[in-house]
Design a protein around this ligand. Structure first.
Ligand SMILES: Cc1cc2nc3c(=O)[nH]c(=O)nc-3n(C[C@H](O)[C@H](O)[C@H](O)COP(=O)(O)O)c2cc1C
Length: 214
């Protein structure tokens, strides 16, 4: 593995800065501002976030999910409620979501509690998805062990036939979650590793802002 020379791989950051006089008092506005810039920079999936969960025993896991909505309450994503992450969230509702936007030399982290969104909201989103994605949700019990690839492909074909020409119903086990953040950190890479870190913390429904040491 040494041929990769990980030790000498490093970049110096200098594209931008994050200073108290320019940030928004509301972290969601700040996120929206940065998201616009991430999107404009040509990042392939700026709404991809790494979602970390932990089981009751404290074993962490993370995976990428797509942010599908952000509102004044939190971040909405969709998944299979029976998946590993769904099981983790059932046991322990705390999670952390991280965006890394390399072209902007930025990361943003949201830590908080996760809740299921309403059935109506999940259904409305499910119905807006392409037919193939809807069928995919019916064909897969996400995170379960399967014997081979053909197993899921043949289930997909069965479901495609079953629902052909019909409105595909939302599976009971599929839907959205909302991560309601308590802490949000914005990180901007700076030179000499003296990065900017601004943390928003919620207490009594107010956001307080602190600078963290890099
Ligand atoms: C770019 C990208 C986007 C993804 N988006 C989602 C998503 O929105 N929802 C989802 O359930 N899985 C998504 N996945 C797959 C997850 O990373 C993961 O494999 C899956 O949800 C099962 O995770 P779990 O076993 O930890 O529950 C995405 C993967 C990638 C790489």
């Amino acid at each position: 593995m040494n041929e990769h020379d990980f030790r000498s791989m490093r970049r110096n950051y200098g594209k931008s800065e994050l200073v108290e006089t320019q940030i928004s008092p509301n972290p969601f506005d700040q996120f929206s501002h940065w998201f616009k810039e991430a999107k404009a920079s040509g990042i392939l999936e700026p709404n991809a976030m790494s979602l970390a969960t932990a089981s009751k025993s404290g074993h962490p896991r993370n995976r990428i999910v797509l942010l599908k909505e952000i509102n004044a309450t939190g971040l909405v994503f969709f998944t299979n409620y029976l998946s590993q992450k769904g099981q983790d969230l059932e046991e322990n509702p705390y999670a952390s979501a991280l965006f890394f936007w390399d072209k902007e030399e930025r990361q943003v982290r949201f830590d908080g509690k996760v809740e299921k969104i309403s059935r109506e909201e999940s259904e409305a989103y499910f119905l807006s998805r392409p037919f193939e994605s809807q069928i995919g949700a019916h064909a897969s019990i996400q995170s379960s062990t399967i014997p081979n690839r053909e197993f899921v492909e043949s289930k997909y074909e069965d479901m495609k036939e079953k629902y052909s020409g019909q409105i595909v119903p939302i599976p009971d086990y599929w839907g959205g979650y909302i991560l309601i953040p308590e802490v949000i950190e914005f990180w901007q890479g700076r030179s000499s590793r003296l990065h900017d870190r601004i943390e928003y913390k919620k207490s009594n429904n107010q956001w307080t802002i602190n600078r963290l040491s890099p």
